[in-house]
Design a binder for this molecule. Sequence first.
Ligand SMILES: NC(=O)c1ccc[n+]([C@@H]2O[C@H](COP(=O)([O-])OP(=O)(O)OC[C@H]3O[C@@H](n4cnc5c(N)ncnc54)[C@H](O)[C@@H]3O)[C@@H](O)[C@H]2O)c1
Length: 407
Amino acid sequence: MAKSRTGIWLIGAKGGVATTAILGLCALRKKLIESAGLVSSLPRFENAGLADWSDFVVGGHDIRAGSLFEHAERMHTDNKAVDPDVLARVKPDVERIDKNLRPGVLVNVGEAIEEFADKKLRRVRDTPRSAIERIRQDLAEFRKQHKLAHIVVVNVASTEPSADADELPPRWKKLDKLLDKPKKCRLPASSLYAIAAFEEECSYVNFTPSVGGSPPALRELALERGARQAGFDGKTGETLLKSTLAPMFAARHLEVMSWVGHNIFGNLDGKVLAQSPNKKAKAAAKDRLLRPILGYMPQTLVSLEYIESLGDWKTAWDHIHFRGFFGTPMTLQFTWQGCDSLLAAPLVLDLVRFSERAWRAGEIGTLTFLASFFKTPLDCEENDFGRQFQMLEAWCDGVGAKAYVGK
Ligand SMILES: NC(=O)c1ccc[n+]([C@@H]2O[C@H](COP(=O)([O-])OP(=O)(O)OC[C@H]3O[C@@H](n4cnc5c(N)ncnc54)[C@H](O)[C@@H]3O)[C@@H](O)[C@H]2O)c1
């Protein structure tokens, strides 16, 4: 059990995933909901020494106007996914958390995101350096005000346009110098948040396909500061099924000839992803895992379409054309219909719990044992969901077996 309090700092705190995680955390503390959907609450992880829900304090950044509760309420008013009685009972807790939110940064986020940012924030002219300083100050104040032993920063902000991290200098010393040259430094906001998190020795989790802390220079910084990171892009629906079903085709020696996936959804994430530069980052993350699992690349198509009336309820329809004995073609089709934020929010809470435990266990660098949570696990070649889950079990068995060392 953690001996002291830990901060959860949500980047994109007013979004669907973040507000559902906040509502969930408040409801779990008051025992208003069960633990279904939470991996860390499985009996399998009982002995891993994970922190209690009451050990966490929430804060975060966002760029939109409106109160946190107004945004959280949409999970009932727009999506009918959260019980209104539960909402009413956690309202005072959510209002307290709202006081810990700060305005975010908009450096290199692209037009689709800038468009819905608060007008006042759009007038702020941040350089990459000044943005990092502002984020660091917010984190430091949060730590001081709530007497936190540690902070886990989680990126659940809108997906940024895909950016080429290969064009950045590979060493931190060189990249650091670029931060004062806004015209030359193309680092997106997600990476500036990651730099600030590493500089403040926080753990950093990237639940989105945005670049975040993944460029080599930033990984070097994370190691230098003794920080941890995990990412990227949460695996909650269609890709979870891909990473479960593709190993089955491989193990049965069935040749997948094509895999087509159509996704339709109507939340703000869907609206942002409807813009082609933002969509590119997401589609790539959904498609990438087939080659390493199957050993070849079938013909694929991934579509992501914004259909407003669906709100947070996403439908994925996948058509898998494969052949077996005698080369005879056969087909598997599935439809997955789920509430996106309800699938993602418990994983955010799990990732915070496991990252906090890793910090107490003295882990630094990439937390590869968290691979089963991500579409593109950082620094991990394993894409088979079953094997990734075994990595989590093995790590938890390891920390559980060691004598508890508190910080
Ligand atoms: N099942 C899922 O919902 C799921 C699965 C995997 C990944 N993701 C990713 O998680 C992220 C969040 O999803 P969502 O449905 O909550 O999206 P959302 O659009 O509801 O919320 C995103 C929030 O981020 C804020 N934001 C945007 N840019 C910001 C910045 N620079 N700084 C601070 N805040 C910023 C927005 O104002 C918004 O409140 C997306 O990138 C999405 O692709 C979601």
